[in-house]
Ligand binder design. Structure first.
Ligand SMILES: *[C@@H]1O[C@H](CO)[C@@H](O)[C@H](O)[C@H]1NC(C)=O
Ligand SMILES: *[C@@H]1O[C@H](CO)[C@@H](O)[C@H](O)[C@H]1NC(C)=O
Length: 785
């Protein structure tokens, strides 16, 4: 009996994990559960005072006995000194991971958590920091420690957007959540009908302002259903997410959730009402939670200040590819973003000029946890107006140094060492230099250059300490702002410069004699907007109830938002092979036409391709028909279990009523499956697919040295399928005709369609004033899979 339950939960909770399924289920023991419970509780309402008596006692003092650390360094020393002198960033101040003064302190705190000899020391420090250290800094250091400590495999924190919804959702929602009060709500609910009739339905001029934008429906979908911006009780007692259908049939799940009162509130994306610009239409994408948290976790996994050796980011000499990986991610994120632009008829990403006005303003409409609104930038803002020339000069000289080295083909380090930049493997050096990572060959020069760029754009000076909230100062919020993409084009420009100086691939390097892709059949590619409930319980102000010392989590708040998704799709690839052999099959998609409808030449276009998938396959002699579905992709994840759900799973297990599978952690490093495809057109958005087969060459056997059931293998060095450079075979200049003529590659034209899921509500929606749970039935049930 128990076994089935675990399996059920497994299916429900861990969808497309970035590792192949294993049959082994490791179940959490009591010791593990105690730790997991602590981690979930310590970040509960992290901006409020700590309410758990037990942890308050633990956290009276940080541990200063050096014997209790496996390593004690100057960062820790300085952190301790700053604490004694009372100059740590106080609680209630905005924290920016990319603010130099904040970074130094966060680094010290991280070391206190990371190098703590045992759980007890770690726990005391965490409890202490929860009460005494700035909340933003605390969550940053804790997240890093939980990800990187070897002895914490399987342990997890709630998603960053659940700990701090403030970084992700607009201030209107934040305000509504913080104001939520159950008694008031009950009263209000009594009058709801009256309120609706008088103020909403009969008021024809209701919020006219907000209706100006063509695409408003996605943003303010609730208006089409006749709903208002307030809290609704969830009709079904669970949050909406793309994989809920797997859970609701599970009795155990229902029993965990039944005593929680769940409320949801609709939430909007920004639509820049004050200074509208064309980029505004993309905010559903640039403000997507999955998109932003992907970038956040990538920068936590490969944090620029963590050296690869100590933190196992470069296990084994052959696989020291963190710099290359980071760079490849920027390249791919820009390509993916460009596809979304094209879908809306917007073309090339404008390059940021440090000296001229930047066309696209941005008002994030966010409010920091301390109540201060985020700063905004008007259209055609002159960044130079900040007058921060010292930082600008540093940025410029770093840039010139890298650029010049690539052109000359040699990088000369501070101590005179010469590095050949005409070798493909040197990409690793370039990546590290651009990220300003500790593993870079010239930390002297490049240590803080990445940080400086964002400080400059956010108008922060080198020694500034009190800082106005700005989305550019944290990884979890910078992708919201169009300037981030325009700034990143400087990085991809260097990448191109480097790649373009390498020799083109020879026929041996990209061909595969005896293997022919004869045909590919693609299923329909369809995008649509679905809805998700985002757990914002952490914002609640309601009294916390404890019974016999245990916290009773009996209410949850969710923000309901429309977001991009696609139907699962698949390709049937027919391959002829003259012998049995192991190969790697890659698939990509890219634009066909530019924003003016002109065909883009392959030479230029290869930079725009987005890699969908790569996998190892054993070909047999003769014809092979390979069906590959988007659900099989190794690097993507489905919606994660929400904070509320997780807590109740863990508590049920803690009380012995449930066996918690350890692989519940759903690799935080996965890319959201939902965002694989750009929004299609109802008439079909033309794109092209590209398939390529290469012989399998790898020096590290996949999945061999970490437990794939609960780790995504950060630092195991085995995240990569083979030895090919990221982006292969489109990463270097190519002869279009050569590629077209090769039997092991295949191009095809397809269209991406968009299914307008809101159409039924445009007129005469019969259940006006109520959320349509038929929508739920259409998009969250097996039917759609
Ligand atoms: C792919 O092959 C499967 C059978 O294996 C078939 O059911 C499906 O319709 C095929 N897809 C396409 C797009 O032809
Ligand atoms: C769009 O979705 C509806 C269900 O809501 C379905 O009936 C229809 O066939 C879909 N259209 C396309 C093109 O997939």
């Amino acid at each position: 009996m128990k076994f089935t339950i675990v399996l059920l939960a497994l299916v429900g909770l861990v969808a497309a994990v970035s590792v192949p399924p294993t049959n082994k289920v490791t179940v959490a023991d009591h010791d593990f559960l105690e730790k997991q419970k602590f981690l979930l509780e310590i970040v509960y309402r992290v901006e409020d005072p700590l309410m758990f008596e037990e942890y308050i006692k633990l956290g009276q003092q940080a541990v200063h006995d050096k014997a209790l650390y496996t390593h004690y360094d100057s960062y820790m020393e300085k952190f301790y000194e700053s604490h004694k002198m009372g100059v740590l960033l106080p609680r209630g101040e905005f924290f920016g991971a990319l603010v130099k003064t904040h970074h130094k302190q966060a680094y010290g705190l991280f070391n206190y958590l990371y190098y703590a000899k045992d759980w007890e020391t770690f726990q005391r420090n965490v409890a202490w920091a929860r009460m005494h250290v700035n909340e933003g800094m605390f969550v940053y250091a804790l997240t890093l420690a939980v990800i990187h400590r070897d002895d914490f495999q399987g342990l997890m924190l709630p998603s960053i957007y659940e700990i701090f919804p403030q970084y992700f959702l607009n201030s209107k929602l934040i305000y509504a959540a913080e104001k939520f009060d159950y008694n008031t709500w009950s009263k209000y609910n009594q009058y709801e009908k009256e309120f609706n009739d008088v103020y909403y339905r009969n008021n024809k001029h209701h919020n006219q302002d907000y209706f100006y934008m063509r695409d408003f429906k996605t943003y303010q979908w609730w208006k089409l259903m006749g709903l208002g911006e307030h809290w609704y009780p969830a009709e079904k007692n669970f949050p909406l997410r793309e994989n809920t259908y797997e859970l609701v049939s599970d009795d155990k799940y229902a029993s965990f959730m039944k005593d929680i009162k769940i409320f949801w509130h609709p939430v909007d994306y920004t639509r820049d009402i004050e200074f509208f610009n064309k980029h505004s239409v993309l905010s559903y994408f640039t403000e997507d939670l999955g998109w932003n948290s992907y970038w956040y976790y990538l920068n936590m996994d490969y944090a620029f200040f963590l050296d690869g050796k100590t933190f196992g980011l470069i296990a084994g000499s052959v696989n020291s590819r963190r710099g290359e990986w980071w760079l490849h991610n920027i390249d791919q994120m820009l390509a993916r973003y460009y596809m979304e632009r094209l879908s809306h008829g917007i073309g090339e990403i404008p390059q940021l000029s440090w000296y001229h006005a930047f066309e696209l303003g941005y008002d994030p409409e966010l409010v920091s946890y301390n109540g201060v609104g985020y700063s905004y930038r008007k259209n055609y803002f002159e960044i130079q107006a900040y007058g921060n020339f010292d930082i600008l000069n540093q940025i410029q000289s770093h840039y010139k140094r890298i650029y010049g080295s690539i052109v000359s083909g040699v990088y000369t380090t501070q101590d005179g060492q010469k590095i050949d930049l005409r070798q493909p493997e040197s990409i690793e050096y370039i990546g590290n230099l651009l990220q300003g990572s500790t593993d870079s060959i010239d930390t002297q020069f490049f240590n803080d250059w990445y940080m400086l760029q964002y400080m400059y754009l956010a108008n922060v000076e080198e020694n500034d300490y009190e800082v106005t909230p700005n989305v550019l100062l944290n990884f979890e919020s910078m992708m919201r702002d169009p300037i981030t993409y325009s700034g990143a084009t400087w990085i991809t420009e260097i990448l191109r410069l480097f790649k373009n100086q390498l020799p083109s691939y020879t026929e041996e390097e990209i061909g595969l004699v005896g293997v022919e892709i004869k045909n590919v059949e693609a299923s329909e590619l369809v995008t649509y907007f679905d809805m998700v409930d985002i757990d914002v319980t952490n914002l609640m102000n309601d009294k916390m109830v404890f019974v016999d010392g245990s916290f009773v989590w009996d209410k949850s708040l969710y923000a309901r938002q429309m977001r991009l998704n696609h139907k699962p799709f698949h390709f049937n690839i027919t391959v002829q092979s003259d012998k049995q052999q192991k190969v790697v099959i890659r698939s990509f998609y890219g634009p066909k036409y530019d924003e003016y409808g002109r065909l883009i030449s392959m030479q230029r276009n290869r930079e725009n391709f987005v890699e969908l998938d790569e996998f190892v396959y054993e070909l047999t002699v003769g014809e092979n028909v390979i069906k590959r579905s988007s659900d099989d992709y190794l690097w993507t994840v489905k919606d994660r279990t929400t904070y509320t759900e997780l807590y109740h799973y863990v508590m049920a297990a803690f009380d012995g009523k449930y066996e918690l599978p350890l692989d519940i952690s759903e690799p935080h490093s996965g890319f959201p499956d939902r965002l694989l495809l750009p929004k299609g057109w109802e008439s079909g958005f033309p794109v092209q697919l590209f398939f390529h087969i290469a012989p399998y060459q790898a020096s590290v056997e996949q999945y061999s040295n970490f437990d794939s059931s609960y780790s995504s293998g950060i630092g195991s060095g085995t995240r990569y399928i083979d030895n090919k450079q990221f982006g292969y075979p489109l990463d270097r200049p190519i002869d279009e005709f050569e590629l077209l003529s090769m039997s092991n590659s295949y191009f095809m034209d397809v269209s991406i369609y968009h299914n307008n899921t809101l159409k039924p509500y445009y007129e005469e929606y019969e259940n006006f004033g109520h959320f349509d749970y038929n929508f739920y039935n259409h998009y969250y049930t097996k039917y759609f899979q």
